[in-house]
Design a protein around this ligand. Sequence first.
Ligand SMILES: [Ca+2]
Length: 259
Amino acid sequence: MQGADATIHAWSMDLSGPLSTGAHSLFVHSCVGRNFVLGGASAAVNALVLTGAELQQITADILRLTATGNITVLVVTAAQSQHVTRVSLDSAETVEFLQSTDFTSLDATSKQTMVVNATIVTNGGDLDLTSSAGGIDFGRQVNLLCAGAVVVSSPGLALVTAPAQWRAASGVNIVSQARVLGSGVFSISADTDSDGVGSLSIAGLIVTSSAVTGLTFRAADYAILSTVQATAADLSLDASGKPASTFKLGSVPRLLATA
Ligand SMILES: [Ca+2]
């Protein structure tokens, strides 16, 4: 199979040789109600499983995995995902990231609340996490490390458990209402390559644990769209470090509350 969009609809799959759609997309659907597991080493799970080794056999521009059940993501290394420009996950229930992953770029959409319990790296592009009807829960010491832009979007709350670091080269957009739990520091760097492109947009963020000691934000620009309440934490806003950049305060639409 080479050079065209392709669709696989499967109850189970066992990929032992290369599968290439070249610059085109590969769509894999699980059967109705069947859960999907991406990554890890074992296919011995009662689900449609694409192991890390099988992922490494796939070459595609977009690899889109859809399930009417849950999608569980286990360990994926950069080598295993290197031939796929973008992995796209879409679950009618939940998407759970249980082990650390490293993709070129990634988008994940769940209908119910998404669970992110391990660090996600995108080494070549964007990271988009969306829950269409629930929230997004980030576990303790879960980092987002992104070569492009990070977008976190949900109608329900985004629960961030400090300590945590979100680092992106070209912007961080938190469309969800965020709550910061846990302890220690939650830091966001939205322009890690310090080229002046990388804004931090926050739709609302409230620290709800008195053990959170700091919010440390660095960005080329800020869009604070609603209340940021640091509670007992120190709030630090910094420019991104682009040479000759200046930090101007005074056009922030609402008050930054630290009490
Ligand atoms: Ca940048």
